[in-house]
Design a binder for this molecule. Structure first.
Ligand SMILES: Cc1cc2nc3c(=O)[nH]c(=O)nc-3n(C[C@H](O)[C@H](O)[C@H](O)COP(=O)(O)OP(=O)(O)OC[C@H]3O[C@@H](n4cnc5c(N)ncnc54)[C@H](O)[C@@H]3O)c2cc1C
Length: 425
């Protein structure tokens, strides 16, 4: 690994086997694989930190909070589980019942059962439609007039970052989720950062242009030019779709694929509780059950004195447009309606995310728009044995997750290794 120390200035960086663009889970996995195979690698990262959408922070010096990923999904098949364990972290294996309304606030036990059955039936119709192989918006499979359609759409706004009218049936059907969800007390972002080991990305080093007609490939970065025999791109799809990196020659098929694998919007607001005992540990509340524009509230995660509000889809897009504080204000409105207006005096805003306006993400996680399920493999395909594509959106079945991103980084590194000449002894 050739570490970059940020003092390179405008001098051309020559001689890298592989330049990896992005130090999120995919970029780190690729860097580890290539470094272990004896390759000379540089990791170019726009931010001042690694991890990308895996990021744990301590709000006001309090407990760790995951701004991005928090759940180790499909933990029984998750490639990261043994790595995280080997790095010394333990897993919390208890989960939350996301369909449950703690205390039955505004959502009776009978209604919760009805909702669960409606969702199950909807999911079964989607699975059957996916088997037929013809794509359409998942919302086509709502039961007309069903009173739970809005709440089912709310769940989609958390799960996909978009309501079902913007979700491809085939893509939704391709996602693999074993239903085993674990967590890490210190944060998923902390664990991913720990896996980076000796990988030392070059920070504040956004890549702005890539000339892949040249051999070696020529990259323009905020810190000057870099050249490498191969490039692995791991940046989020919205960055590619908005052409924040100019390819020469242009890559219209990649840009179209990335646009079809749009990052949805899913955001979090954390509210600190003055009287935590009023809410259950690991409890759950929907803000409203009669509209899609509602939050999902996880009360007292790990027994800690806060609520994690999860807000997605068009509602989250609108709130992000309103500016900082709007997500927390929305959460307070909904929770005050459920728990009494004095809730405002019993809690305070702790932090909120803004992935949709984050210039290096522009969204949360990918879902394929109707008609774009094949875009995942189209985006993943290498270009001229010089450009390789990784990142969560390129995974065929674990897309939108950290373990999917990690596996994609390994896959891209293997593709690059297959075409690079053997390292000099
Ligand atoms: C709110 C939220 C909740 C989530 N919850 C979960 C969860 O519970 N479980 C789960 O498994 N997943 C979850 N995810 C998804 C998961 O975090 C991502 O799928 C995963 O981290 C993506 O990794 P990646 O390497 O593909 O992309 P990223 O982590 O986005 O890495 C790409 C990197 O590229 C950098 N970059 C961008 N542009 C440039 C440029 N021009 N030049 C150089 N660098 C650039 C970025 O700064 C970033 O560091 C969640 C995400 C969000 C936002």
């Amino acid at each position: 690994m050739q570490a970059c120390d940020g003092r390179v200035g405008l001098k051309m960086q020559e001689g890298f086997d592989v330049a990896i663009v992005g130090a999120g889970a995919a970029g780190l996995a690729a860097a580890l694989k290539l470094t272990r195979a004896g390759r000379n690698v540089v990791v170019l990262e726009a931010r001042q930190r690694l991890g990308g959408r895996a990021f744990t922070f301590a709000a006001r010096g309090a407990f760790p909070l995951d701004a991005g990923c928090g759940w180790v999904h499909s933990a029984d098949r998750n490639v990261l589980v043994p790595l995280i364990e080997a790095a010394g972290f333990a897993f919390e294996k208890n989960s939350v019942n996301w369909g449950r309304q703690s205390g039955d606030q505004g959502f009776s036990t009978a209604e919760q059962k009805e909702f669960a059955e409606a969702f199950e039936a909807f999911d079964a119709r989607l699975a059957a439609a996916a088997l037929k192989g013809t794509d359409s918006p998942a919302s086509d499979y709502f039961e007309p007039g069903c009173r739970w359609n809005s709440l089912i759409d709310a769940v989609s706004s958390y799960y996909n970052g978009a309501e079902y009218d913007r979700v491809s049936v085939l893509d939704y059907g391709a996602y693999v989720d074993t239903g085993v969800n674990w967590r890490i007390r210190q944060g998923y972002g902390t664990a991913i950062a720990a896996l980076a080991g000796s990988i030392a990305p070059r920070f504040d080093c956004a890549v702005t242009a890539i000339d892949h007609n040249r051999v070696p490939v020529h990259l323009e970065t905020q810190q000057g030019p870099v050249s490498a025999r191969a490039v692995i791109l791991t940046v989020p799809t919205n960055i590619l779709a908005k052409e924040r990196i100019a390819f020469s020659p242009r890559l219209p098929e990649k840009i179209e694929a990335a646009a079809g694998l749009r990052l949805g919007t899913a955001e979090k607001a954390f509210l600190l509780l003055a009287q935590p005992e009023e809410l259950p540990v690991e409890g759950h509340l929907f803000g409203r059950v009669d509209r899609a524009a509602t939050g999902s509230y996880h009360t007292r995660p790990f027994g800690r004195p806060y609520v994690e509000a999860y807000i997605g889809g068009r509602n989250a897009e609108d709130l992000i447009r309103e500016g900082e504080g709007a997500l927390s204000a929305f959460a307070f409105d909904e929770l005050s309606a459920l728990l009494g207006s004095s809730f405002r005096r019993r809690a305070m805003p702790l932090a909120e995310t803004g992935w949709a306006r984050d210039p290096w993400a522009l969204g949360s996680y990918s879902h394929a728009l109707p008609g774009y399920a094949p875009a995942r493999s189209a985006l993943a395909a290498p270009v001229a044995e010089r450009l390789f594509f990784a990142g969560e959106a390129t995974h065929p079945s674990f897309f939108s997750t950290v373990h999917g991103a990690w596996e994609s980084g390994i896959r891209a590194a293997e593709e690059a290794l297959a075409v690079l000449p053997a390292p000099a002894l």
